[in-house]
Design a protein around this ligand. Structure first.
Ligand code: CUA
Length: 187
């Protein structure tokens, strides 16, 4: 071992500290990459926490998504459930009616191919996959109208496939919904 002059000694200390920090940052990156890989693997091998399936070929015959059950329904607890179908090339109903300041659950599916369910001006955006029920919770604070275009390419009529979401004042909604089982904008 050689005796180093004081100037060189501080340079060595600096180099040692730099190496230590560099090692630490590499270790952190490796740890994060390992965690990401493990979580990815786990997600790929586990079933999703909550998947609702439905027979896409029988939607119109019976069950939750028969035509008479589509639209807006007021639940006993005062929340609102809106059921809709996206199909080539329209949504049923073509205008969804919802009240302000109310917990809302959108439930939708597709009988044919994958469609998009997107409400412009909100963070609601999902896919309607045949065989699966998409369920999204929402709450609107202001009355108004939102465009709801299909945002997944679904065939030649894709561009023309869209609906609207009409948000109306809660008091007006309560008045309109009295005695009605299902509602859409036409009510
Ligand atoms: Cu339905 Cu694009």
């Amino acid at each position: 071992m050689t005796v180093v002059p004081p100037a060189d000694e501080s340079a060595q200390v600096a180099a040692r500290v730099e190496r230590r920090w560099a090692t630490m940052s590499i270790v952190i990156v490796l740890l994060l990459a390992t965690a990401a890989a493990l979580i990815g693997l786990q997600h790929a091998t586990m079933p999703q926490g909550r998947v609702e399936t439905i027979d896409a070929a029988r939607l119109h015959l019976s069950g939750e998504f028969v035509e008479s059950n589509l639209g807006t329904a007021v639940e006993p607890d005062g929340s609102v459930t809106v059921r809709a179908i996206g199909q080539q090339y329209s949504f049923v109903p073509d205008c969804l009616l919802v009240p302000t300041d109310t917990p809302i659950t959108f439930r939708a599916t597709s009988p044919d191919v994958v469609h998009g369910f997107l409400i412009v001006g909100t963070n609601i955006n999902t896919m309607l996959v045949p065989g699966y029920v998409a369920s999204i919770r929402a709450r609107f604070s202001n009355p108004g109208e939102h465009l709801m275009p299909c945002q997944e390419f679904c065939g030649v009529g894709h561009e023309g496939m869209w609906a609207r979401v009409k948000v109306i004042d809660k008091a007006e909604f309560t008045r309109l919904s009295a005695g009605k089982r299902r509602m859409s904008c036409a009510d």
